[in-house]
Design a protein around this ligand. Structure first.
Ligand SMILES: [Zn+2]
Length: 269
């Protein structure tokens, strides 16, 4: 049997041919960008994402994002990521200073991606944003005892096939070595889609009492990262945070990859 030897290893001929063929395929098959759909070149920095993805999921990813889309993703500056969770204060709110950590403003390319994730069922894009958010939290040295995603109702989960908040939250947990509590929060009832309600008071009413902590989890004394995809009025995160506090959580930090909140929080997490 012949073998092709490199500095570190000897490959048998079939392996050598496969490796060479793989290289040739990389050269001749163009990749389609998952965001804009254009044919993309592969970039070194995006190849690093493949390595990270493998560490988290144990498999490869065929997600590709072109250099143009990558450079349009502009994170908020570090100091601007700490915001007040609610757009409108609620009278008698026991947690009026509830903090939201948000990475991107909900506009431009980010606004176009969200419907693709939710309605185009692009789980890979949700995971990619989870990784971006995870690395941002890591760099800002934010840690906690538990990562909890906002749950979907059973009905909506069956319709969509995945929970986008869960897909974003999982890499955050893995990258920051924090336990992931997928089923910690439970929806007590179905709610209307928040995106279809314009008035923030109505949004608040829509999700009022909509969550509880599952009997399987004890959150007493824990510091929790509560994760959603987008924070618009902040009502969903606020309501879910109240459920965690009622169940004994010590501290809850709401986290969203995008949103339109703009009031800076004087008391960061
Ligand atoms: Zn693109």
């Amino acid at each position: 049997m012949g073998a092709f030897c490199t500095e570190n290893a000897c490959l048998s001929f079939p392996e050598t041919i496969r490796e060479l063929f793989k290289g040739a395929v990389d050269l001749i098959i163009p990749y389609r960008c998952a965001i804009c759909g254009s044919v993309s070149d592969t970039e070194n920095r995006f190849k690093d994402y493949g390595k990270l993805y493998y560490q988290i999921y144990g498999t490869g990813t065929d997600l590709h994002i072109c250099g143009k889309c990558l450079s349009s993703l502009n994170s908020l500056d570090e100091d601007d990521r700490w915001l007040l969770c609610l757009s409108n204060p609620i009278e008698g709110d026991p947690y009026p200073g509830l903090a939201l950590y948000m990475q991107f403003p909900y506009k431009g390319i980010v606004e176009r991606i969200v419907p693709r994730i939710k309605f185009g069922k692009r789980i890979e894009l949700a995971r990619f944003f989870g990784c971006l958010l995870g690395s941002s939290l890591l760099m800002d040295e934010i840690t906690a005892d538990l990562v909890v995603p906002i749950p979907l109702s059973k009905e909506r989960y069956e319709e969509r096939g995945f929970n986008q908040a869960g897909e974003i939250a999982y890499p955050i947990a893995r990258m920051n070595s924090i336990p992931f509590a997928e089923n910690c929060l439970v929806r007590t009832r179905n709610t209307k889609r928040q995106a279809k309600i314009r008035n923030s008071d109505e949004r608040s009413m829509n999700v009022s009492g909509a969550f509880r902590v599952s009997e399987e989890w004890d959150v007493t004394g824990l510091t929790i990262l509560l994760v959603d995809d987008v924070a618009t009025s902040g009502s969903t995160l606020h309501e879910a945070a109240l459920a965690l506090y009622r169940a004994g959580a010590l501290k809850v930090l709401c986290v969203a990859f995008a949103g339109n909140r703009s009031v800076r929080n004087a008391e960061p997490f």
